[in-house]
Design a protein around this ligand. Structure first.
Ligand code: CA
Length: 233
């Protein structure tokens, strides 16, 4: 079996050591860095990492900036973000920056390891799922949930895990209004009443992929005060 390489970016030495020890016990190859800028440099070089565990409060560059820069550079390595506080804003900022999952400190080791396994499973499923799913069409776009890609007019856009999960939820409910609370619970794993514009921002992004004119949406409609509705072709 190929090795699974994890990068831990955490400047609290004691915590970083504990995380490394336990991940290595689980059979992973682990690298540890304590600086955001160094992490960004490392991730631009081979060998590729399979997962990044990224603390928010870091010297050099904070975790939000690292995630944002990685995504802007087209690097879609799964990111588990460690937020210092369990504040919803922190969580939401992390997810908007491009993290795929988050964990608030302090956390239970077993919960942490379960999150790592969960993210790696989602990644593996996209790579070599045995029941390969045919790409779906929505208007001009072809959505490939296996490759986490949307292809349109010969251009390939990469989807983050959360973008794909939101799109999937809408596609599973064609013609039904899906509310923000339901989306926050099912896609973001947040309480339904969390105050955030995250969902609205993601909808704007998805519309750029699937609408002919994102300002005049015909496929992902806003239903005022209720949520969003996907109109199938
Ligand atoms: Ca820190």
């Amino acid at each position: 079996m190929a090795e699974t390489r994890l990068l831990v970016v955490e400047d609290e030495e004691h915590l970083a050591r504990g995380i490394r020890f336990n991940l290595e016990l689980d059979g992973y190859t682990v690298e540890v860095l304590a600086d955001g800028k160094q992490a960004l440099g490392r991730l631009a070089e081979p060998p590729q990492c399979d997962l990044v565990i990224l603390d928010v409060m870091l010297p050099g560059l904070d975790g939000f900036a690292v995630a944002r820069k990685l995504r802007a550079a087209g690097n879609f390595v799964p990111i588990l973000m460690l937020t210092a506080k369990s504040l919803p804003e922190d969580v939401v900022n992390g997810l908007e920056a491009g993290a795929d999952d988050y964990l608030a400190k302090p956390f239970e080791l077993e919960v942490f390891l379960a999150r790592v396994r969960g993210l790696l499973r989602r990644r593996d499923w996209t790579r070599n799922g045995s029941s390969r799913e045919a790409p779906l069409r929505l208007g001009p776009a072809e959505i490939d949930f296996e490759a986490f890609e949307i292809r349109r007019d010969g251009v390939v856009h990469r989807l983050t895990l959360l973008e794909a999960a939101l799109l999937r939820l809408l596609l599973q409910n064609p013609g039904r209004v899906v509310g923000k609370g339901e989306i926050l619970e099912k896609v973001w794993n947040l309480a339904a009443d969390t105050e955030t514009r995250a969902v609205d921002n993601f909808i704007v992004r998805l519309r750029r992929y699937v609408e002919d004119d994102p300002k005049e949406p015909k496929r992902i409609l806003t239903v005022r005060g209720a949520g969003w509705k996907l109109v199938p072709d």
